[in-house]
Design a protein around this ligand. Structure first.
Ligand SMILES: [Zn+2]
Length: 260
């Protein structure tokens, strides 16, 4: 299985073989060449594990539900946003569709009514760090936990409950974040369909890009702080439903607790 622990075991094994200089295993090439190859492959494997959340490389991450039932879940990151989150909430209400919002703590101040509205209207609220800082992934475990706590505290002050779902900023995982998630008692949530709505320019292509990929149990990653997502959401819900899928909350699909 491709994970950090097994990669380390394999790498140590290769280095031990190399140091043993057993010529049955190592053809006649300078051992330094093998060492460079091992270091290169190890680095590539770790970087891939960091950036590809669906690999569950450092820790098991929920990226979809193992089901044959035609259900999918919508998730919105990076809000709350005073301009687009209300539009998205309005559309979800119109279609009676629940979603999960992974909120950035620093965006909550001034948008408390949106958090309350999400909760009151049956959506789940998850933690998506406090700052979503570009350097978040090189923070210490302690700093990550501090960010998570600030966001938890702000959400709890509004809805009275602490979130248990955490989505890593940028979808990047690493050993420090893995520790923080375990210590904090969170369920790490990824996705199985990345809409790429943050860089999309064409509504039709964005819609097709999502709906053509859908399979039972998928978690769709969207963002509630950009215009194009609000523009396509009605059509997206209709197309998903036309394909015979029900949209349910990801915590229901994964059988997870949302708050404590
Ligand atoms: Zn994000």
């Amino acid at each position: 299985m491709y994970n950090f622990r097994n990669l380390n075991i394999l790498t140590v094994g290769c280095v031990v073989l190399l140091l043993a200089k057993n010529h049955y295993f190592i053809p006649v090439v300078h051992w330094g060449i093998y060492l460079i190859i091992i270091i290169g492959l190890y680095t590539f494997a770790v970087v891939l594990g960091c950036i590809k959340i669906s690999l569950s490389f450092f820790l098991p991450v929920y990226c979809n539900a193992k089901t044959q039932e035609k259900v999918v879940a919508l998730s919105f990151d990076d809000g709350p946003d005073d301009k687009y989150t209300p539009l998205i909430l309005e559309i979800l209400k119109k279609y009676n569709v629940p979603a999960t919002f992974f909120c950035i703590g620093k965006h909550i101040k001034g948008n408390e009514q949106l958090i309350k509205r999400m909760h009151d209207e049956g959506h789940a609220i998850g933690n998506h760090s406090y700052t979503h800082n570009f350097w978040f992934d090189v923070y210490s475990t302690k700093s990550m936990l501090a960010e998570m706590k600030y966001t938890d505290d702000d959400i709890k002050a509004i809805i009275g409950q602490k979130p248990l779902l955490f989505r890593p900023p940028y979808g990047v995982t690493n050993p420090n974040l893995s520790k923080a998630i375990k210590i904090g008692g969170y369920s790490p949530i990824g996705w199985s369909i990345r809409s790429m709505d943050t860089i999309a320019k064409n509504e039709r292509k964005l819609l097709e890009g999502i709906t053509e990929k859908i399979n039972p149990g998928d978690i769709i990653l969207l963002h509630d702080n950009i215009s194009i997502t609000a523009s396509i959401l009605s059509s997206l819900i209709e197309k998903i439903q036309q394909r015979g899928y029900r949209i349910i909350r990801l915590d229901k699909m994964l059988k997870l607790e949302v708050y404590v």
